[in-house]
Ligand binder design. Sequence first.
Ligand SMILES: Cc1cc2nc3c(=O)[nH]c(=O)nc-3n(C[C@H](O)[C@H](O)[C@H](O)COP(=O)(O)O)c2cc1C
Length: 337
Amino acid sequence: MIFPKLQISENLEVLVPIIQGGMAIRVSRAPLAAAVANMGGIGVIAASGLREKELREQIRLARKLQLNKKGAIAVNIMFAASEFNMLVNVSIEEGIDLIITGAGFSRDIFAMGKEGNVPIFPIVSSAKLAKISKKLGASGIIVESGEAGGHLGTDLSINELIPDIKDALNSVPDQKDYEIPLIAAGGITSGMDIINILRKGANGVQMATRFVLSKECDVSDVFKKVYLNIANLDMTLINSPVGMKARSIITPLVERIMNGTQEKPDKCIKCLKNCSQSFCIIKALDLARRGDFENGLFFVGENIAKYKEILSVKEIFEKFQTEAAKYVEECGKFLKV
Ligand SMILES: Cc1cc2nc3c(=O)[nH]c(=O)nc-3n(C[C@H](O)[C@H](O)[C@H](O)COP(=O)(O)O)c2cc1C
Protein backbone atom coordinates (compact mmCIF):
# COMPACT_ATOMS: atom_id res chain seq x y z
CA MET A 1 0.00 0.00 0.00
CA ILE A 2 1.61 3.24 -1.16
CA PHE A 3 -0.58 5.57 0.95
CA PRO A 4 -0.37 5.81 4.75
CA LYS A 5 -3.36 4.87 6.92
CA LEU A 6 -5.57 7.64 8.30
CA GLN A 7 -6.41 7.87 11.98
CA ILE A 8 -9.90 9.28 12.58
CA SER A 9 -10.10 8.81 16.35
CA GLU A 10 -8.50 6.79 19.17
CA ASN A 11 -10.52 3.72 18.07
CA LEU A 12 -10.87 4.18 14.33
CA GLU A 13 -8.35 4.05 11.52
CA VAL A 14 -8.95 3.60 7.79
CA LEU A 15 -6.65 1.85 5.35
CA VAL A 16 -6.57 4.54 2.65
CA PRO A 17 -6.47 8.30 3.42
CA ILE A 18 -9.08 9.23 0.81
CA ILE A 19 -12.44 10.77 1.71
CA GLN A 20 -15.13 10.89 -0.97
CA GLY A 21 -16.56 14.36 -0.43
CA GLY A 22 -20.22 14.68 0.51
CA MET A 23 -22.39 15.92 -2.38
CA ALA A 24 -25.89 17.28 -1.86
CA ILE A 25 -28.66 16.97 -2.94
CA ARG A 26 -28.63 13.13 -3.10
CA VAL A 27 -25.52 13.02 -5.32
CA SER A 28 -23.50 11.02 -2.79
CA ARG A 29 -25.68 8.31 -1.34
CA ALA A 30 -25.27 4.90 0.28
CA PRO A 31 -24.09 2.85 -2.76
CA LEU A 32 -21.23 5.28 -3.46
CA ALA A 33 -20.28 5.73 0.19
CA ALA A 34 -20.23 1.97 0.81
CA ALA A 35 -18.14 1.29 -2.31
CA VAL A 36 -15.55 3.83 -1.09
CA ALA A 37 -15.54 2.33 2.41
CA ASN A 38 -15.08 -1.16 0.93
CA MET A 39 -11.88 0.07 -0.75
CA GLY A 40 -10.59 1.35 2.61
CA GLY A 41 -11.52 5.03 2.21
CA ILE A 42 -14.18 7.14 3.92
CA GLY A 43 -17.47 7.12 2.03
CA VAL A 44 -19.72 10.08 2.70
CA ILE A 45 -23.51 10.29 2.48
CA ALA A 46 -24.69 13.87 1.90
CA ALA A 47 -27.31 14.39 4.58
CA SER A 48 -28.32 17.98 3.75
CA GLY A 49 -31.81 18.18 2.35
CA LEU A 50 -32.82 14.69 3.54
CA ARG A 51 -35.69 14.06 5.91
CA GLU A 52 -35.12 11.95 9.02
CA LYS A 53 -36.54 8.74 7.50
CA GLU A 54 -34.45 8.97 4.34
CA LEU A 55 -31.23 9.69 6.26
CA ARG A 56 -31.82 6.67 8.52
CA GLU A 57 -32.49 4.50 5.45
CA GLN A 58 -29.34 5.74 3.71
CA ILE A 59 -27.10 5.07 6.71
CA ARG A 60 -28.61 1.60 7.22
CA LEU A 61 -28.26 0.78 3.51
CA ALA A 62 -24.61 1.89 3.53
CA ARG A 63 -23.94 -0.40 6.52
CA LYS A 64 -25.63 -3.28 4.71
CA LEU A 65 -23.47 -2.71 1.62
CA GLN A 66 -20.28 -2.32 3.70
CA LEU A 67 -18.54 -5.66 3.26
CA ASN A 68 -15.45 -5.16 5.39
CA LYS A 69 -13.97 -2.93 8.08
CA LYS A 70 -11.18 -1.43 5.96
CA GLY A 71 -12.87 1.97 5.65
CA ALA A 72 -15.61 4.03 7.29
CA ILE A 73 -18.99 5.62 6.59
CA ALA A 74 -19.53 9.34 7.29
CA VAL A 75 -22.22 11.94 6.72
CA ASN A 76 -21.73 15.48 5.45
CA ILE A 77 -24.10 18.06 6.88
CA MET A 78 -24.24 21.70 5.78
CA PHE A 79 -24.36 24.01 8.78
CA ALA A 80 -26.47 26.35 6.64
CA ALA A 81 -29.28 23.73 6.63
CA SER A 82 -32.26 24.48 8.92
CA GLU A 83 -32.39 20.83 9.95
CA PHE A 84 -28.70 20.73 10.92
CA ASN A 85 -29.29 19.62 14.54
CA MET A 86 -31.82 16.95 13.58
CA LEU A 87 -29.46 15.53 10.91
CA VAL A 88 -26.57 15.45 13.43
CA ASN A 89 -28.68 13.73 16.10
CA VAL A 90 -30.07 11.13 13.69
CA SER A 91 -26.57 10.36 12.38
CA ILE A 92 -25.31 9.86 15.93
CA GLU A 93 -28.29 7.64 16.80
CA GLU A 94 -27.61 5.53 13.71
CA GLY A 95 -24.00 4.99 14.82
CA ILE A 96 -22.25 6.89 12.03
CA ASP A 97 -18.43 6.66 12.10
CA LEU A 98 -17.75 10.34 11.43
CA ILE A 99 -19.60 13.63 10.93
CA ILE A 100 -18.25 16.19 8.45
CA THR A 101 -19.71 19.70 8.53
CA GLY A 102 -19.50 22.17 5.65
CA ALA A 103 -21.07 25.41 4.31
CA GLY A 104 -20.78 27.41 7.51
CA PHE A 105 -19.20 26.87 10.91
CA SER A 106 -20.83 25.42 14.02
CA ARG A 107 -19.19 25.89 17.42
CA ASP A 108 -21.76 23.58 19.10
CA ILE A 109 -21.08 20.57 16.88
CA PHE A 110 -17.93 19.57 18.80
CA ALA A 111 -19.81 19.19 22.10
CA MET A 112 -22.57 17.25 20.29
CA GLY A 113 -19.96 14.92 18.80
CA LYS A 114 -18.26 14.43 22.15
CA GLU A 115 -21.53 13.58 23.87
CA GLY A 116 -22.50 11.15 21.10
CA ASN A 117 -18.96 9.73 20.88
CA VAL A 118 -18.70 10.55 17.18
CA PRO A 119 -15.61 12.29 15.72
CA ILE A 120 -16.20 15.63 14.00
CA PHE A 121 -14.25 16.92 10.99
CA PRO A 122 -15.24 20.52 10.07
CA ILE A 123 -14.52 21.84 6.59
CA VAL A 124 -12.67 25.16 6.85
CA SER A 125 -10.86 27.47 4.46
CA SER A 126 -8.79 29.61 6.84
CA ALA A 127 -6.06 29.18 9.45
CA LYS A 128 -8.25 31.04 11.96
CA LEU A 129 -11.14 28.55 11.75
CA ALA A 130 -8.70 25.61 11.71
CA LYS A 131 -7.22 26.80 15.01
CA ILE A 132 -10.63 27.43 16.61
CA SER A 133 -11.79 23.97 15.50
CA LYS A 134 -8.79 22.25 17.08
CA LYS A 135 -9.27 24.18 20.34
CA LEU A 136 -12.96 23.21 20.39
CA GLY A 137 -12.13 19.50 20.01
CA ALA A 138 -12.23 18.66 16.28
CA SER A 139 -10.98 15.14 15.56
CA GLY A 140 -9.62 16.27 12.20
CA ILE A 141 -9.70 19.29 9.90
CA ILE A 142 -10.66 19.33 6.23
CA VAL A 143 -9.25 22.37 4.47
CA GLU A 144 -11.10 23.16 1.26
CA SER A 145 -9.56 25.37 -1.40
CA GLY A 146 -10.87 27.58 -4.19
CA GLU A 147 -10.51 24.72 -6.69
CA ALA A 148 -13.27 22.68 -5.03
CA GLY A 149 -16.81 22.12 -6.26
CA GLY A 150 -19.88 23.41 -4.43
CA HIS A 151 -19.79 26.22 -1.86
CA LEU A 152 -16.43 27.96 -1.49
CA GLY A 153 -14.93 29.79 1.48
CA THR A 154 -11.78 31.05 -0.29
CA ASP A 155 -10.19 31.62 -3.67
CA LEU A 156 -6.77 30.35 -2.49
CA SER A 157 -5.33 27.14 -3.96
CA ILE A 158 -4.80 24.00 -1.91
CA ASN A 159 -1.02 24.34 -2.28
CA GLU A 160 -1.19 27.84 -0.78
CA LEU A 161 -3.48 26.83 2.07
CA ILE A 162 -1.91 23.62 3.42
CA PRO A 163 1.39 25.00 4.82
CA ASP A 164 -0.39 27.89 6.62
CA ILE A 165 -3.06 25.64 8.08
CA LYS A 166 -0.43 23.10 9.17
CA ASP A 167 1.44 25.87 11.02
CA ALA A 168 -1.79 27.11 12.60
CA LEU A 169 -2.65 23.61 13.85
CA ASN A 170 0.86 23.09 15.22
CA SER A 171 0.47 26.29 17.27
CA VAL A 172 -2.44 24.73 19.22
CA PRO A 173 -1.47 22.03 21.80
CA ASP A 174 -2.71 18.52 20.98
CA GLN A 175 -5.66 17.35 23.09
CA LYS A 176 -5.00 13.75 22.05
CA ASP A 177 -1.79 11.72 22.20
CA TYR A 178 -1.49 11.98 18.41
CA GLU A 179 -1.76 14.90 15.96
CA ILE A 180 -5.25 15.33 14.53
CA PRO A 181 -5.28 14.72 10.77
CA LEU A 182 -5.32 17.51 8.21
CA ILE A 183 -7.25 16.64 5.05
CA ALA A 184 -6.77 18.57 1.79
CA ALA A 185 -9.78 19.14 -0.48
CA GLY A 186 -10.10 20.87 -3.83
CA GLY A 187 -8.63 20.15 -7.24
CA ILE A 188 -6.76 16.96 -6.31
CA THR A 189 -7.20 14.57 -9.23
CA SER A 190 -4.47 11.89 -9.36
CA GLY A 191 -2.17 9.62 -7.38
CA MET A 192 0.62 12.11 -8.07
CA ASP A 193 -1.46 14.98 -6.63
CA ILE A 194 -2.16 12.89 -3.52
CA ILE A 195 1.55 12.16 -2.94
CA ASN A 196 2.47 15.82 -3.46
CA ILE A 197 -0.11 17.14 -0.99
CA LEU A 198 0.85 14.48 1.61
CA ARG A 199 4.46 15.62 1.22
CA LYS A 200 3.30 19.21 1.88
CA GLY A 201 1.94 18.17 5.27
CA ALA A 202 -1.60 16.84 4.69
CA ASN A 203 -2.54 13.45 6.17
CA GLY A 204 -5.23 12.68 3.63
CA VAL A 205 -7.37 14.07 0.82
CA GLN A 206 -11.05 14.68 0.13
CA MET A 207 -12.17 14.37 -3.50
CA ALA A 208 -15.66 14.77 -4.88
CA THR A 209 -15.84 15.59 -8.61
CA ARG A 210 -13.92 12.36 -9.45
CA PHE A 211 -16.58 10.29 -7.66
CA VAL A 212 -19.51 11.73 -9.63
CA LEU A 213 -17.87 10.01 -12.59
CA SER A 214 -18.07 6.61 -10.92
CA LYS A 215 -20.39 3.71 -11.73
CA GLU A 216 -21.68 3.71 -8.14
CA CYS A 217 -22.74 7.37 -8.10
CA ASP A 218 -26.45 7.08 -8.80
CA VAL A 219 -27.13 10.48 -10.40
CA SER A 220 -28.80 10.45 -13.83
CA ASP A 221 -26.69 9.66 -16.89
CA VAL A 222 -27.26 13.24 -18.06
CA PHE A 223 -25.36 14.56 -15.02
CA LYS A 224 -22.36 12.37 -15.88
CA LYS A 225 -22.59 13.28 -19.59
CA VAL A 226 -22.55 16.98 -18.65
CA TYR A 227 -19.31 16.39 -16.72
CA LEU A 228 -17.74 14.39 -19.57
CA ASN A 229 -18.75 17.11 -22.05
CA ILE A 230 -16.96 19.84 -20.10
CA ALA A 231 -14.71 20.74 -23.06
CA ASN A 232 -17.84 22.18 -24.73
CA LEU A 233 -19.24 23.87 -21.61
CA ASP A 234 -18.12 26.62 -19.25
CA MET A 235 -18.18 26.96 -15.49
CA THR A 236 -18.53 29.98 -13.25
CA LEU A 237 -18.89 31.13 -9.66
CA ILE A 238 -22.45 32.02 -8.71
CA ASN A 239 -23.83 33.77 -5.63
CA SER A 240 -25.59 30.95 -3.81
CA PRO A 241 -28.72 31.75 -1.75
CA VAL A 242 -26.70 30.33 1.19
CA GLY A 243 -24.63 33.54 1.09
CA MET A 244 -21.44 31.97 -0.32
CA LYS A 245 -19.88 31.66 -3.76
CA ALA A 246 -20.32 28.28 -5.44
CA ARG A 247 -18.75 26.75 -8.56
CA SER A 248 -21.18 25.43 -11.11
CA ILE A 249 -21.40 24.52 -14.78
CA ILE A 250 -23.14 27.23 -16.83
CA THR A 251 -26.61 25.96 -17.65
CA PRO A 252 -29.63 27.98 -18.81
CA LEU A 253 -30.62 28.27 -15.09
CA VAL A 254 -27.18 29.70 -14.20
CA GLU A 255 -27.45 32.19 -17.10
CA ARG A 256 -30.85 33.31 -15.77
CA ILE A 257 -29.39 33.68 -12.25
CA MET A 258 -26.48 35.74 -13.60
CA ASN A 259 -28.60 38.08 -15.73
CA GLY A 260 -31.27 38.46 -13.03
CA THR A 261 -34.15 36.89 -14.97
CA GLN A 262 -34.56 33.76 -12.81
CA GLU A 263 -37.93 33.80 -11.07
CA LYS A 264 -37.94 33.82 -7.26
CA PRO A 265 -39.24 30.58 -5.67
CA ASP A 266 -43.03 30.50 -5.31
CA LYS A 267 -43.06 27.80 -2.63
CA CYS A 268 -40.43 27.67 0.10
CA ILE A 269 -39.81 24.76 2.47
CA LYS A 270 -37.33 26.85 4.49
CA CYS A 271 -34.50 24.35 4.02
CA LEU A 272 -31.85 26.97 4.89
CA LYS A 273 -31.37 28.95 8.11
CA ASN A 274 -30.78 32.07 5.98
CA CYS A 275 -31.72 32.17 2.31
CA SER A 276 -31.45 35.11 -0.10
CA GLN A 277 -34.35 33.53 -2.07
CA SER A 278 -32.65 34.47 -5.35
CA PHE A 279 -33.58 30.97 -6.52
CA CYS A 280 -34.45 27.65 -4.86
CA ILE A 281 -31.13 25.87 -4.47
CA ILE A 282 -32.53 22.58 -3.15
CA LYS A 283 -34.81 22.31 -6.18
CA ALA A 284 -32.05 23.29 -8.63
CA LEU A 285 -29.60 20.72 -7.19
CA ASP A 286 -32.27 18.03 -7.19
CA LEU A 287 -33.15 18.79 -10.84
CA ALA A 288 -29.46 18.44 -11.77
CA ARG A 289 -29.35 15.03 -10.11
CA ARG A 290 -32.41 14.02 -12.14
CA GLY A 291 -30.77 15.22 -15.37
CA ASP A 292 -32.62 18.50 -16.13
CA PHE A 293 -29.90 20.53 -17.90
CA GLU A 294 -32.20 23.54 -18.48
CA ASN A 295 -33.15 24.04 -14.83
CA GLY A 296 -30.47 22.20 -12.87
CA LEU A 297 -27.52 23.46 -10.84
CA PHE A 298 -24.48 21.25 -11.49
CA PHE A 299 -21.80 21.88 -8.88
CA VAL A 300 -18.34 20.96 -10.15
CA GLY A 301 -14.65 21.14 -9.20
CA GLU A 302 -12.29 23.36 -11.20
CA ASN A 303 -10.19 20.44 -12.49
CA ILE A 304 -13.07 18.44 -13.96
CA ALA A 305 -11.47 18.40 -17.43
CA LYS A 306 -8.79 16.01 -16.15
CA TYR A 307 -11.36 13.20 -15.87
CA LYS A 308 -12.11 11.48 -19.16
CA GLU A 309 -14.10 8.40 -18.16
CA ILE A 310 -16.55 6.80 -15.80
CA LEU A 311 -14.85 4.16 -13.65
CA SER A 312 -15.93 1.90 -10.81
CA VAL A 313 -14.85 3.03 -7.34
CA LYS A 314 -12.49 0.01 -7.27
CA GLU A 315 -10.87 1.15 -10.52
CA ILE A 316 -10.56 4.73 -9.20
CA PHE A 317 -8.73 3.56 -6.08
CA GLU A 318 -6.49 1.20 -8.08
CA LYS A 319 -5.67 4.02 -10.54
CA PHE A 320 -4.62 6.34 -7.68
CA GLN A 321 -2.43 3.58 -6.21
CA THR A 322 -0.76 2.83 -9.56
CA GLU A 323 -0.21 6.52 -10.39
CA ALA A 324 1.19 7.20 -6.91
CA ALA A 325 3.53 4.19 -6.97
CA LYS A 326 4.84 5.17 -10.42
CA TYR A 327 5.37 8.78 -9.34
CA VAL A 328 7.20 7.81 -6.14
CA GLU A 329 9.45 5.45 -8.12
CA GLU A 330 10.18 8.15 -10.71
CA CYS A 331 11.02 10.68 -7.97
CA GLY A 332 13.41 8.12 -6.47
CA LYS A 333 15.10 7.58 -9.84
CA PHE A 334 15.32 11.31 -10.38
CA LEU A 335 16.99 11.85 -6.99
CA LYS A 336 19.58 9.13 -7.73
CA VAL A 337 20.71 10.75 -11.02
C1 LIG B 1 -21.67 18.01 -7.05
C2 LIG B 1 -21.01 18.50 -5.79
C3 LIG B 1 -21.78 18.67 -4.63
C4 LIG B 1 -21.17 19.07 -3.44
N1 LIG B 1 -21.94 19.17 -2.29
C5 LIG B 1 -21.34 19.43 -1.11
C6 LIG B 1 -22.09 19.39 0.12
O1 LIG B 1 -23.27 19.09 0.14
N2 LIG B 1 -21.44 19.67 1.28
C7 LIG B 1 -20.08 19.99 1.31
O2 LIG B 1 -19.54 20.23 2.38
N3 LIG B 1 -19.36 20.00 0.17
C8 LIG B 1 -19.95 19.72 -1.02
N4 LIG B 1 -19.18 19.68 -2.16
C9 LIG B 1 -17.71 19.83 -2.05
C10 LIG B 1 -17.02 18.47 -1.98
O3 LIG B 1 -17.46 17.70 -0.91
C11 LIG B 1 -15.48 18.52 -1.97
O4 LIG B 1 -14.94 19.03 -0.78
C12 LIG B 1 -14.85 19.29 -3.12
O5 LIG B 1 -15.64 19.27 -4.27
C13 LIG B 1 -13.47 18.70 -3.42
O6 LIG B 1 -12.93 19.18 -4.60
P1 LIG B 1 -12.93 18.31 -5.97
O7 LIG B 1 -14.35 18.20 -6.40
O8 LIG B 1 -12.06 19.12 -6.87
O9 LIG B 1 -12.34 16.96 -5.67
C14 LIG B 1 -19.77 19.33 -3.39
C15 LIG B 1 -19.02 19.17 -4.57
C16 LIG B 1 -19.61 18.75 -5.75
C17 LIG B 1 -18.76 18.58 -6.98
